[in-house]
Design a protein around this ligand. Structure first.
Ligand code: NA7
Length: 546
């Protein structure tokens, strides 16, 4: 720390800045990034829009919100002490447990003193003369910093549907992302849910348990698979703890950093009986195994994908009693796994309950929200509560909502109009000293596993620069272009790239987000890390450092 402090000559006018680093967001990435910057001895401040830490797990407190990744693969791996101290209660923790965990981390590492809550960043402008960023919060406070590090997540810019009349509804209404902290009772209430993504599926299953009536407005059905959650006993937690090193090592080896390893066989090379038996096994096991631990070609080969989709369709038909409803719940416009697979705990059975009704918006689209409910082109429904599970302006949306300007006032939103351009998903040419933890073009998957790597890489670069007295870090246009081309190439041949979803940058509620774009690195985490490691090992020759 002392060495670095010596390099950072804070008395010169150039470094008379409020902070060495400002981090935006106190979620999974931001908390860890702050911890790492502290290790370097930097003056860092985290700006967080919420009143507390936790990011995704602070905001998304809607009924039924929980992990779809195994809790014990999702926690931070950087501190043995933390691993020794924290006991997970469930294999797939619900939001309150995860929020508690992240608060525990913030307290344990004394992170809060550098976190400024209720501080949403409105703008960040780069000043080349001082090689610094001026960051302005929504309430008009101004700060200067050498480095601006975003840790704003991939799903943090929630979007309401652009249905006419949303503002006229006189009952209660809420987007799942902004769910209130106070408990909400559904007993005796007429509840509507719009949206059937991973969030809608969790919400619907929970609300159906107590609502007077629940009407689900579904535009696109999902290929959901069972979560099979269960409690973790003390003995089991001990076993997990003893295995942590192996668990994290295994996650590093898989495509999406999940614990599930892809089966090397093709779905087409085994007998129908073997295939069926394997899929039955996966369907009966917890977590994303059926998505991430399946035959190697179900997400690339149309025939293999059609077969697994047929298997899942059969399951839906078995589980939903009314065959007409079952057919509506079976996706027809995309194959299994080409969108993010929602994991469920009794979702399909909810539709067997007398208090639950499904409205298929492909047959009867919503015309408007009325003061008393929802009007489709076929009927008018009255509600006490409308829940909008309508998703996010994913990946680039949270960036678009901040007025970020680089050299010569160029706006990041404008630069990314036709899709993100980055170097390693971490740097952007024309935006010096701007670093993104889990930015666009990073790999998606088990988020903390990837976020820890991303923050470590950023930290190593910052250390490298400070040790050499370098104060301007920038990706070049050429290397950004090469990386962006490479990212595009990694999605070729993957069936998900042919489907509209937040993973392909589609959000029909946001202007300009109707054309598919490649938003993430699709070559798998091991390959991603290899590329990033090579840049670091080579002394960051791909960057312009001054
Ligand atoms: P998703 O997966 O983007 O789902 C949003 C849902 O809302 C989806 O079913 C949409 O239908 C539906 N939607 C959006 N706008 C409308 C309108 N205007 N009318 C009707 N239905 C609409 O978001 P989630 O929050 O569920 O999940 C996001 C990720 O968070 C998830 O994948 C996990 O990784 C965690 P569509 O499919 O567009 O037809």
């Amino acid at each position: 720390m002392d060495e670095l402090s010596a390099v950072l000559d804070r008395t010169s006018p150039e470094t008379a800045l409020d902070f060495d680093a400002i981090v935006i967001g106190a979620g999974v990435s931001g908390l860890y990034q702050l911890y790492k910057l502290r290790e370097l001895g930097l003056r860092a401040r985290v700006f967080e829009a919420g009143t507390g830490v936790g990011g995704t797990w602070y905001w998304n407190r809607y009924p039924g919100a929980r992990f779809d990744s195994e809790s014990w693969t999702y926690g931070y791996s950087f501190s043995q002490e933390l691993l020794d101290e924290w006991d997970w209660e469930e294999h797939f923790a619900a939001q309150p447990e995860t929020e508690r965990y992240l608060n525990y981390v913030a307290d344990k590492f004394d992170l809060r003193r550098d976190i400024q809550c209720k501080s949403r960043v409105a703008s960040a402008h780069y000043q080349d003369d001082t090689r610094s960023w001026e960051v302005v919060s929504e309430d008009g406070r101004r700060y200067t910093t050498r480095l601006l590090i975003t840790a704003i997540g991939v799903l943090s810019a929630a979007t309401m549907p652009t249905i006419p009349g949303v503002e006229t509804f006189q009952g209660q209404s809420c987007h799942t992302h902004y769910w209130p902290k106070e408990p909400v009772s559904f007993a005796g209430k007429r509840v509507a849910v719009i949206g059937t993504g991973a969030t809608g599926v969790q919400t619907i299953t929970e609300v159906a348990k107590t609502a007077g009536s629940l009407t689900v407005f579904q535009r696109t059905p999902q290929w959901c698979a069972p979560l099979h959650n269960s409690k973790i006993s003390k003995e089991e937690m001990q076993r997990i703890r003893a295995d942590y090193a192996e668990i994290f090592a295994r996650c590093q080896e898989t495509y999406g950093c999940f614990i599930h390893t892809t089966d090397p066989r093709s779905a087409l090379e085994v007998t129908p009986e073997e295939r069926e038996a394997f899929w039955e096994k996966l369907y009966s096991e917890p977590g994303f195994g059926i998505w991430m631990g399946n035959f190697r070609d179900i997400l690339t080969d149309r025939q293999a994908n059609a077969l697994i989709s047929e298997f899942l369709a059969r399951k839906i038909r078995q589980r939903v009693k009314d065959p007409v409803v079952a057919e509506k719940l079976i996706p027809k416009n995309h194959g299994f796994g080409t969108r993010r697979v929602p994991l469920e705990s009794g979702y399909f059975e909810a539709y067997n309950q007398p208090n639950v009704q499904l409205v298929d918006l492909m047959e009867t689209p919503i015309e408007r929200i009325t003061p008393t409910g929802i009007k489709t082109n076929a009927a008018a429904y009255d509600f006490d509560l409308i829940i909008y599970a309508t998703g996010f302006d994913a990946i680039t949306g949270a960036f678009d909502r901040i007025d970020i300007r680089g050299v010569d006032g160029v706006s990041l939103k404008d630069k990314w109009q036709d899709g993100p351009q980055t170097f390693l998903g971490i740097l952007v040419d024309g935006f010096p000293n701007f670093l993104m933890v889990m930015g666009p073009h990073a790999g998606l998957g088990n988020f903390p596993r990837a976020a820890e790597y991303s923050a470590d890489w950023v930290t190593a670069l910052v250390r490298f620069a400070h040790e050499r007295g370098l104060t301007r870090l920038e990706a070049t246009a050429a290397t950004s272009q090469a990386w962006t081309d490479h990212v595009l190439a990694t999605s070729e041949g993957l069936l998900f790239a042919e489907v509209d979803s937040w993973m392909t940058g589609i959000n029909r509620n946001v202007a300009g987000k109707q054309v598919r774009r490649v938003m993430r690195y699709s070559g798998g985490h091991p390959a991603f890390r290899q590329r990033c490691d090579a840049v670091a090992a080579g002394g960051y020759r791909e960057l312009t450092l001054a």
